[in-house]
Ligand binder design. Structure first.
Ligand code: HEC
Ligand code: HEC
Length: 452
């Protein structure tokens, strides 16, 4: 499978902003529906063809589907469906009902005997890069799988064939909880030309080196070429296709061509239960149909609609700019003039590339620069991923903020004020300036954030 997505540099001809989204099913949308969250959240982008919408709903069903061991789930996993962790307040949101069940945990330790392992952790935590860290790869790392098919499906596996779920090794000094983000509108981010993200990095370093973020490159696992990363808390993935490949494998134990080994360190041996079930699932578990349908669905999700823009919200937006929040949380981006995705119904193993016109040349407002910034020791988790270091995080897109319950990478707070005051490192000055705001300006800023 080659070149899942390919973009050309944009030529701005027609500028038009996304104004809303289509109704949840194939209903015809009226103007009054355009900013109706009940109809928009989790629904497809406006302007799609009926065929594109039909394929969107095929992927949506798979996103909600609970997989079984016979279909490839496990043997170790974190969720039976994508929906389980991306389901609140609507399918493809982040959240989940509570924090613990929808978070994933990454763990590691410093490489034994290395220079950085000899210093107190807090002195080096922000600086740890990949070569400094041991991810326990031979013991199930870097990501914890909390559940096992033998426990969850006791009627399918004999008692003596029990498989233990993973435990965090005692030596894992670095542990990082990650909260599940919403996926609304991510196809637009997917379709930003690489060059524009690189240009953002260059522009920031010229404008204000102290605040400037770093552009992260990651390898496309299908073409093996380096591209501008844009997804994940540490900017570890280049597109939805790659992210979905990893999510299927790591969170659900579903293997695909590009991720064909089960994410389990326990030898499954030749016991008849596992063999019988593995034979039904086939190898890889998914020949590509599920992956393509899931990637298509997520790429065509509409962004969350904006709330009412009152005079206070407009005032708050000015405060947001004045405090340099907008330096990192860059308001608008534009997609490429040509957005190409793999047709979920094309014949495999070759993929059929098709254009999705509704995504092309769109101006939209995710409020992120798609770069990583050092956010200081309080927020650092010490776990490097791709080019991002232990203290660096991708500027979180703020669109859809009003539909989020848990904030920051580990969901540690539900309070906007706390999320802002926790900003350290490169964003310290911004947070300090926030603390000094008059109550009126502070309220306006919060009103603006709650309108996103
Ligand atoms: C056990 C919970 C869980 C399950 C199951 C799960 N995810 Fe996630 N998902 C997460 C977490 C946590 C993150 C953040 C990971 C990170 O960046 O470190 C995430 C991130 C993502 C992102 C990145 C979004 C962004 O804007 O950066 C995508 C896309 C995604 N998941 C798709 C899927 C798909 C598709 C499935 C099903 C095949 C799935 N996830 C299953 C918890 C889960
Ligand atoms: C130097 C870059 C930078 C600046 C300046 C900055 N932020 Fe952030 N912001 C980030 C990063 C990176 C994160 C992710 C941190 C994490 O999750 O650990 C973040 C997270 C957030 C979140 C949490 C979002 C969520 O869904 O979890 C909010 C809210 C936020 N910022 C608002 C603001 C406001 C308001 C300002 C201005 C006072 C501001 N930021 C200034 C980079 C920045």
């Amino acid at each position: 499978m080659n070149g899942m997505t390919r973009y050309t540099i944009l030529v701005p001809i027609v500028l038009f902003a996304l104004s809303g989204c289509t109704a949840a099913k194939q209903d015809i949308l009226t103007a009054a529906d355009l900013n109706n969250p009940v109809k928009c959240l989790g629904g497809p982008l406006p302007g799609l063809t009926p065929e594109e919408v039909r394929k969107f709903h095929v992927g949506e069903v798979l996103f909600k589907k609970e997989f079984t061991p016979e279909e490839g789930l496990g043997p170790l996993f974190n969720g039976k469906s994508c929906f389980e962790c991306h389901g609140q307040p609507m399918v493809s949101g982040g959240e989940g009902r509570d924090l613990s069940s929808t978070s994933i945990l990454n763990y590691a330790r410093r490489v034994e005997g290395s220079a950085k392992s000899k210093l107190p952790l807090k002195e080096v935590i922000q600086d740890l890069g990949k070569p400094d860290v041991d991810f326990f790869l031979t013991r199930g790392g870097p990501s914890l799988q909390r559940r096992s098919v033998t426990t969850e499906f006791p009627n399918k596996f004999a008692f003596e064939n029990h498989l233990d779920f993973e435990q965090i090794p005692l030596e894992a000094e670095l542990q990082s909880n990650r909260h599940s983000p919403p996926i609304f509108g991510d196809g637009l981010i997917d379709c930003i030309p690489d060059g524009d993200i690189a240009a953002q990095g260059v522009q920031e370093s010229m404008e204000n080196p102290a605040l400037a973020g770093r552009q992260i490159s990651a390898v496309d696992r299908y073409t093996e070429s380096a591209r501008a990363a844009r997804f994940g808390w540490k900017n570890q993935h280049i597109n939805l296709f790659n992210f979905t490949t990893g999510a299927m494998n790591i969170e659900m134990g579903l293997t695909t061509f590009a991720a064909h080994t089960e994410n389990s360190t326990e030898p499954l041996g030749d016991n008849p239960d596992f063999l019988r079930i593995a034979n039904k699932a086939g190898s890889p578990n998914d020949k590509g149909k599920i992956l393509l349908a899931l990637a298509w669905y997520q790429s065509l999700l509409a962004p969350a609609p904006r709330g009412p823009i009152t005079p206070e919200v407009t005032k708050g937006e000015a405060v947001f700019k004045k405090l340099d929040c907008a330096f990192c949380h860059r308001p608008t981006w534009k997609t490429a003039s040509e957005c190409i995705f793999a047709d979920p119904e094309g014949k495999l193993p070759e993929t059929k590339q098709v254009r999705v016109k509704a995504l092309e040349s769109q101006t939209f407002s995710p409020y992120t620069d798609l770069l990583v910034h050092d956010m200081g020791p309080e927020l650092a988790d010490g776990i490097p991923q791709e080019g991002a270091k232990g203290g660096e995080w991708r500027t979180t897109p703020l669109w859809g903020l009003r539909f989020k319950k848990f904030l920051l990478h580990d969901g540690r707070t539900r309070d906007l004020h706390t999320a802002i005051t926790m900003h350290g490192g490169q964003s310290s000055e911004s947070a300090q300036a926030y603390k000094k705001l008059t109550p009126e300006d502070k309220n306006a800023l919060l009103a603006f954030l709650k309108s996103l």
